[in-house]
Design a protein around this ligand. Structure first.
Ligand SMILES: Nc1nc2c(c(=O)[nH]1)N[C@H]1C(S)=C(S)[C@@H](COP(=O)(O)O)O[C@H]1N2
Ligand SMILES: [Mo]
Length: 301
């Protein structure tokens, strides 16, 4: 029998007011940001959430389908046709099918979310996304009993993606989340940045954003979402299981085998920017630590 999976939490429960700002406040600039940051009262690192510039966010990217250099996606991703676009939703759902991007967008509620973004390579940004909660979409298609994971796939188009002719990863790019992670109100599908359409290099027309996990979990240009019983294979874990686990939660206490994860370099910080300490769960500990209660986070990295 079908059920509507509901996270017990809502966005309001997990969102200090300072993390949510409407577009007008963003456009009004940093002063408004810091002002809003004080609404929450308590002083935390999150008060300093000052977004990176459009330029930084859209020219320093990882999207290996368009090359492995940070500038490659901005230079090459214009070849990706993002309209029309559709997403196949299948597996353990009540209403499997091929959903057009427009149909999805007409059903969901799009909001602005300013999130820290932490790449496994120890750099970070703050990005004002526009998007909708993944839970909103999954509840509309109906998650069935027995579903425990959500698998995602990126488009695979050798004609439009020069990078997939190089076997750096086993294409298509694949990612996965446990169902409770996928249903968590912080997990969004992003469709815009700074109130503008999301550029191809950032994963147009629809990409996942899971702010407490390393950046590679936030899979771009999604064409397939599958509800599964078993933990799905993921591209980076398949490529190097010793270095990239399924969970990949941001954790300053667990080093990558080749480098420390204790600090990060904020992109755009300038020549003399100091490295910032990396926060447990990327600063979202209060909101998500409960998902991993009782789990050994060193074994489940
Ligand atoms: N399909 C796909 N999604 C992807 C990647 C990729 O190579 N292909 N790179 C990941 C990595 S390593 C990071 S850090 C983020 C970068 O997102 P951004 O370029 O929007 O900042 O995208 C993730 N999603
Ligand atoms: Mo990354």
């Amino acid at each position: 029998m079908a059920r509507r999976y509901q996270s017990k939490l809502t966005w309001d429960d997990v969102t200090p007011e300072r993390l949510f700002l409407n577009r007008r406040q963003i456009m009004a600039g940093t002063g408004a940001l810091l002002g809003a940051g004080l609404i929450g009262g308590r002083a935390t690192a999150q008060e300093a959430l000052e977004p990176n510039t459009w330029e930084e966010i859209t020219t320093y990217n990882n999207f290996y389908e368009f090359g492995t250099g940070k500038g490659d996606p901005a230079a090459n991703a214009h070849t990706l046709t993002t309209s029309p676009w559709s997403v196949e939703i299948d597996g353990l759902v009540d209403s499997p099918g091929t959903y057009s991007f427009e149909d999805i967008m007409s059903d969901v509620e799009v909001e602005e979310r300013i999130y820290r973004f932490r790449c496994v390579e120890a750099w970070s940004m703050v990005i004002p996304w526009n998007g909708f909660e993944l839970a909103d979409l999954l509840n509309r298609v109906g998650v069935q009993d027995g579903a425990r994971y959500v698998a995602f796939e990126t488009a695979l188009r050798p004609d439009e993606m020069p990078g997939v002719n190089v076997p750096v990863l086993d294409w298509p790019y694949r990612e996965g989340l446990r169902l409770d992670e996928a249903m968590h109100p912080l997990t969004i599908m992003a469709t815009g940045i700074y109130g503008r359409e999301i550029p191809n290099q950032n994963g147009a027309p629809m990409r996942l954003v899971v702010p407490w996990k390393y950046g590679f979990k936030s899979i771009k240009s999604i064409v397939r979402i599958t509800l599964t019983e078993e933990e799905p294979p993921t591209s980076w874990n398949m490529a190097n299981p010793r270095e990239y686990g399924f969970y990949s939660n941001v954790n300053p206490n667990v080093s990558h085998p080749r480098w420390s994860q204790a600090s990060e370099r904020r992109i755009g910080g300038g020549l003399f920017a100091r490295r910032e300490p990396t926060l447990m769960f990327n600063g979202y500990e209060e909101e998500v630590a409960g998902l991993y209660e009782g789990m050994d986070l060193e074994a489940n990295f």
